[in-house]
Design a protein around this ligand. Structure first.
Ligand code: ZN
Length: 214
């Protein structure tokens, strides 16, 4: 897809290629990759590199699972292979699989004032969710205790740093506070992975936080 302005970082792509990311972040990266030719090309490079490293390691040091790996090689089955199909529709394939369909299959929960979310996955405090922000509306200003990776699927939003539209990713961490605001004209849907609960600044969102699980 053309027009992507905010790309995923090399370290996240490498982590993805190595299978080292938590599942929630894995989902966001896979979904971004299926929207971005640039990310697909870089990922292919890292996977090639990973394969070389893996075969070197196997020769140097026979790991416990080396028999399994060797048998897999003899059988011609790749030990680890991630293929991401180019996308069709609003939800690319990796996300469509989790949701069980496209936008109309999402089970939304209201966050009040028109905003909605759908929790897709949570494990050890690491979560992936879909966020729905009505056109022209703001998400509460918040800081981050850990990492937050946001991918825009529909519409666009702006925050203190820039404008983010379909296919764009934004990475935030402890050092960043921001208030994403959906652009006028179209509701915004984002896929967000966070590795800690967000730290909201306003009193009301903080009280609501345990209930909405954001
Ligand atoms: Zn944030």
């Amino acid at each position: 897809m053309n027009g992507i302005k905010h790309h995923i970082s090399d370290d996240l792509l490498m982590g993805y290629a190595a299978g080292a990311l938590p599942q929630a972040f894995d989902l966001v990266v896979a979904t971004h990759v299926s929207l971005s030719d640039d990310a697909r090309a870089r990922l292919a490079g890292f996977e090639e590199l990973g394969g070389v490293v893996l075969s070197d390691m196997e020769e140097a040091d026979l790991a416990e699972d080396s028999l399994e790996r060797t048998l897999a090689r003899i059988a011609g089955t790749p030990v680890r292979e991630k293929r991401v199909e180019p996308s069709r529709g609003i939800f690319p394939e990796p996300l469509r699989k989790i949701v069980g369909g496209d936008e109309d299959a999402v089970k939304w929960r209201s966050l009040g004032t028109g905003a909605r979310q759908s929790l897709l996955h949570i494990e050890d405090g690491v979560s992936a969710r879909l966020l729905y922000i009505p056109a022209g509306q703001a998400m509460p200003e918040h800081g981050h205790r850990g990492m937050e990776l946001t991918l825009v699927l529909k519409g666009a939003y702006r925050d203190e740093t820039d404008r983010f539209a379909r296919g764009d990713v934004e990475f935030a961490d402890e050092d960043m506070d921001h208030t994403p605001i959906a652009e006028d004209g179209e509701d915004c849907i984002c896929l967000v992975a966070t590795d800690q609960r967000l730290r909201f600044k306003g009193l009301l969102p903080r009280i609501a936080q345990p209930f909405i699980g954001i």
